[in-house]
Design a protein around this ligand. Structure first.
Ligand code: FAD
Length: 521
């Protein structure tokens, strides 16, 4: 079988190189390899819109066994080829690309493997390419839902578990990778293995946050809870950064309290100009609920901070929600009269960013370059970061939302492949900017990319030990710096699970080491 796949891929390469019109499906039997130019083009790009890398072919698996056969072919051949799983292609820097290799299209094949809910043990088994929105819609049929989320649900399970998967619930439940019971993984040697805390635990922890380096997740068993019915969603403003972070840190310190005594979600964002109303995450501030920013801007260089919190509830508890929220808000020090509250179904809250996406798409503003930068900043240096970046480098323009929220490190499992700062509390700072080609210099890709470089340089010079989330590096030395003390473990895991460095070459962490390998990543 391995020889057959290699032969097919060699023919594919010839077809692409010489532009022949031979239909590869005649050669492939039951393996679905596509050379369709539209599909190749689409897999050459991602949400970041800054890199292009064309694969040799696209592979549409019908099962985990299909993936196993493909990887075995690459592994067993001296002339192998590289392979990247692609979820929904929402990376920023080509992380799911593989130039001249094979992209496995994990998402998009509807009901490839039907999800399966266990109502007693409260978990769902899903295909690795399943989108979180579909996981949610499926589990809701049982009145259940996953506990930990990302802000946007059109991301694949395998894609977010390869990073961490974070949102405002992470302070309480940990990231998505802390809410997985079991995985089926196809390693870089083409072995299909079931792993968990107890079984094959090294592989389990390697793959979680593993950036696709150690195996392809074909099935994930995800922890569920009773799905709330409604959400009370509150935003309050601060002009003083210390008060803002003090309150955020206080709220996440309540994580071990009974649910009535804490919020379910804690996030926040920075407002550095009058772009609040234009900010695509801010449809919340509707014209019927206007904020006169100028009336609340303090002596802080015009920067405001918005705390965003929610409380979930069931219809049957509706009579206590007002009081619970009031008690919690009493402890906070936001600017009086800047409290904005709305109440909506749980699903609408979770799917909030999709609404913004539809609006942006209708204006042609979704498929633009996204030079996003996501950083984990240690709590002890968040004030310095504020002075140097929000009130320094950014000037008075944002070009997109800037999220900031703290998390508790004790909700993260040190055995996973993710690296976070070495402090009990650290912040996510997410600069989610869109570049526009409208002649305005401050919105151009070059300008925003340069600002990102300045921010990284500033952190370096000021010795703020940030870690990149959804990291992007170009050399192995940079990756070694990123992983720090964890690098020997990462290296060891790679040697064990993907010794030929076949997988996820778009991360630029390891060079493929086929004996006769001639292509480039
Ligand atoms: P891809 O981009 O397709 O893949 C990402 C990496 O994972 C690649 O290296 C790929 O090879 C690997 N991979 C993909 N599938 C598998 C698999 N089955 N097995 C093994 N490796 C695999 N992240 C958050 O944590 N929180 C957020 O709130 C959040 N919001 C976002 C909002 C938007 C609009 C966007 C575009 C991204 C957001 N992200 C967020 C980032 C997101 O988690 C990453 O982009 C992630 O990569 C998921 O995207 P994807 O499923 O498209 O994966």
């Amino acid at each position: 079988m391995a020889t057959k796949i290699i032969l097919i891929l060699v023919v594919c390469r010839i077809i692409v190189t010489f532009g022949l019109t031979l239909n590869p499906s005649e050669l492939l039997g039951d393996l679905r390899i596509s050379l369709n130019p539209t599909e190749l083009e689409s897999a050459s790009h991602d949400f970041g819109g800054q890199n292009r890398a064309e694969p040799m072919a696209i592979f549409h698996p019908k099962s985990a066994d299909d993936i196993t056969r493909l990887i075995q072919a690459a592994y067993e051949s001296a002339h192998g080829f590289t392979i990247s799983a692609r979820g929904h292609g929402h990376s920023i820097n080509g992380q799911a690309h593989t130039k001249n290799g094979v992209v496995i299209q994990m998402s998009g094949s509807k009901q490839l493997v039907e999800p399966r809910v266990d109502e007693t043990l409260r978990y769902v088994d899903v295909w690795g390419g399943e989108l979180w929105i579909d996981v949610l819609n499926y589990t809701l049929r049982y009145g259940l839902a996953p506990k930990s989320w990302t802000d946007y649900l059109y991301l694949s399970v395998g894609g977010t578990l390869s990073n961490a998967g974070i949102s405002g619930q992470a302070f309480n439940h940990g990231p998505q990778i802390s809410n997985v019971y079991e995985l089926d993984v196809i390693t870089g040697k083409g072995e299909l293995r079931t792993c968990s805390e107890k079984q094959d635990s090294e592989l389990f922890h390697a793959v979680l946050g593993g950036l696709g380096q150690f195996g392809i997740i074909s099935r994930a068993r995800i922890a569920l809870e009773t799905a709330p019915q409604r959400v009370r969603w509150i935003r309050v403003l601060y002009s003083n950064f210390s008060s803002f972070t003090h309150d955020q840190e206080y709220l996440i310190s309540l994580h071990s309290q009974p649910s009535a005594l804490k919020f379910d979600y804690v996030e926040g964002f920075v407002i550095v100009d009058e772009g609040l109303i234009n900010n695509w995450r801010s449809s919340f501030f509707s014209p019927s609920n206007p904020v006169k920013i100028s009336s609340v801007v303090g002596a802080n260089g015009g920067v405001l901070y918005c705390l965003e919190i929610t409380k979930n509830y069931h219809q049957s508890d509706a009579h206590t929600i007002d009081q619970e929220v009031e008690e919690l808000l009493k402890e906070l020090n936001y600017i009086t009269a800047t409290e904005f509250t709305t109440d909506l179904p749980y699903v609408d809250f979770l799917d909030r960013v999709h609404k913004a996406e539809l609006k942006l798409r209708s204006k042609g503003l979704w498929e633009v370059p996204h030079p996003w930068l996501n950083l984990f900043v240690p709590k002890s240096r968040i004030d310095d970061f504020d002075k140097g970046v929000f009130r320094g480098i950014l000037g008075n323009k944002t070009s997109g939302p800037i999220l900031i929220y703290p998390m508790n490190k004790n909700k993260w499992d040190e055995r996973s492949s993710v690296v976070t700062p070495d402090e009990e509390v650290f912040y996510l700072v997410a600069l989610l900017r869109s570049a526009l080609d409208n002649g305005e210099e401050t919105q151009s890709l070059e300008y925003l990319s340069d600002q990102n470089r300045q921010i990284l340089r500033f952190c370096d010079d000021a010795e703020i030990n940030i870690k990149q989330y959804l990291p992007h590096y170009n050399t192995q030395n940079q990756w070694m710096d990123h992983f720090g003390d964890k690098w020997p473990m990462i290296y060891q895991r790679k040697m064990e699970f993907d010794p030929k460095h076949i997988l996820a070459t778009g991360q630029l962490m390891f060079q493929p080491n086929f004996r006769t390998y001639t292509g480039s990543m």
